[in-house]
Design a protein. Structure first.
Length: 208
């Protein structure tokens, strides 16, 4: 039996609680801003009004979506990160992927930037199912993770710059899309960059 999300959530919370200040000061790379802007364009075209950001970190993306006219709710497993979100005026809650306490179909869009890579393969279908549940039929889901490059497999990333080292699951393009197709239609898939920092970008739609 491989690692499960319940086994790693404690160390993830500790790592992110301890890194909130540093991460809040980081300037986002231009390619991340481009990915975010592209998703905003898509959800505006689809008339989306209410967005959930999972793994919201310090809330920089949530603020962006809020400033662009969306009603935003943010969740993160780190109380320190949620505190940063709230300081920015974001409606934020301490929740993990397996405990999304929202009504079914209550969001038009979900945004998940570089957080589902902390979910082991054994729990990823459950997490994707939970996200599908809170998304309305026809709603859009942005799923962005590092993967498909030179780093493969899952486990603690010993070269991590966080303390304690975080758990990661790096998946091939085929594997990631296979997981996604169980619950969503794939609107767009593309990769940015290469090697260790290769990024997989998926825009998904919930069917009826």
């Amino acid at each position: 039996m491989g690692m499960r999300y319940g086994d790693v959530i404690g160390t993830l919370r500790t790592a992110y609680d301890g890194d909130a200040e540093r991460r809040d000061a980081v300037v986002k790379a231009p390619w991340k801003l481009a990915e975010r802007a592209a998703f905003l364009g898509r959800i505006k075209e689809h008339g989306c009004e209410r967005l959930l950001e999972v793994g919201a970190g310090t809330g920089q993306d949530s603020v962006f979506f809020q400033e662009n006219g969306l009603s935003v709710v943010a969740v993160d497993l780190s109380p320190a990160m949620v505190g940063r979100c709230r300081e920015k005026g974001v409606d934020a809650h301490v929740m993990d992927f397996l405990g999304l306490a929202f009504e079914a179909g209550s969001f038009d869009a979900v945004y998940a930037m570089n957080c589902l890579l902390h979910v082991p393969d054994g729990d990823l279908p459950t997490v994707l199912g939970a996200i599908r549940t809170v998304l309305r039929p026809g709603g859009l889901f942005f799923l962005g993770v590092y993967g498909g490059g030179s780093v493969r497999g899952e486990g603690l990333f010993e070269k991590d710059d966080h303390t304690p080292p975080r758990f990661f699951s790096f998946r091939s393009d085929e594997r990631l899309q296979e997981f996604a197709r169980e619950f969503f239609e794939i609107v767009d898939f593309h990769a940015v960059g290469a090697d260790e920092s290769r990024f997989q970008s998926l825009t998904l739609r919930r069917g009826c």
